[in-house]
Write a protein that binds this ligand. Sequence first.
Ligand code: NAD
Length: 259
Amino acid sequence: MNKENVLITGSTSGIGLATARVLAAQGFNLMLNGLESDAEGSALAEGLRREFGVKASYCQADLANTGQLQQLIAEAQADLGPIGVLVNNAGIQFTSSLEEFPPEKWDVIIAVNLSAAFHTMQRLMPAMQQEGWGRVINIASVHGLVASPNKAAYCAAKHGLVGLSKVAALEYAEHGVTVNCICPGWTDTPILNHQFNEYAKTHGVSFEEAKLGLIQTKAPYPELISPEAIGRMIQFLISDSADAITGTSIPIDGGWTAQ
Ligand code: NAD
């Protein structure tokens, strides 16, 4: 059966790694992925195997490269069997005004944050349909729902991911396969460090003060969201209680998009 086999892209850090730990604790088998070396990623997988007694492997693959993406899927299927749960989580950020946005940054953000999800879904969802069960969870962002200045590529990719997920949800609804997005706000992971550093420099404050300052520019909830909270929502979306939840974009954003 495919239900216990999970592929999480971008799972060497942040939300992806926290999700891997949440799911491993529930007995799910995992294929991890990221840009980190084979030694680093395999050590994380070994840690999950030892701590939780599940199957876990790592595949270093740059998802901007479709050959490497295909290799990741082949390894996931070879190591775990049919993949029932796909979490498209890998993502990168770059901030600049539209006028000065480097075209090569646009290309790579669209490739990793949007096109990679299209490719993994296209390759894995037909097998989920055949099994009559599947879950796709795409980690979008509040920036899949609203915009901020200086994030042209990121907002375009995340809005695109929300649209792609809705189309897939409609096409697969009668086949037992659900597709949903989670739209996090400020979440405590390394992806934000650059923005915190920039804010600290501009406002002449410490890194810790910058965190609070930047969060409050957007969200009423004055704390960073824990990556485990996103993992627990993923766990819920995989459960039978979520059989009828599909095509949604669920904000976990401290009230950011309520305004
Ligand atoms: P992170 O930087 O901690 O982790 C990113 C992961 O993606 C790492 O495992 C990294 O190796 C992997 N990755 C990056 N480029 C890759 C590539 N080309 N190929 C394969 N893997 C690649 O960041 P995070 O905050 O955990 O981000 C996870 C997802 O959550 C991203 O899609 C991000 O856009 C989204 N998100 C994060 C926040 C936040 O505040 N942290 C908010 C909204 C959405």
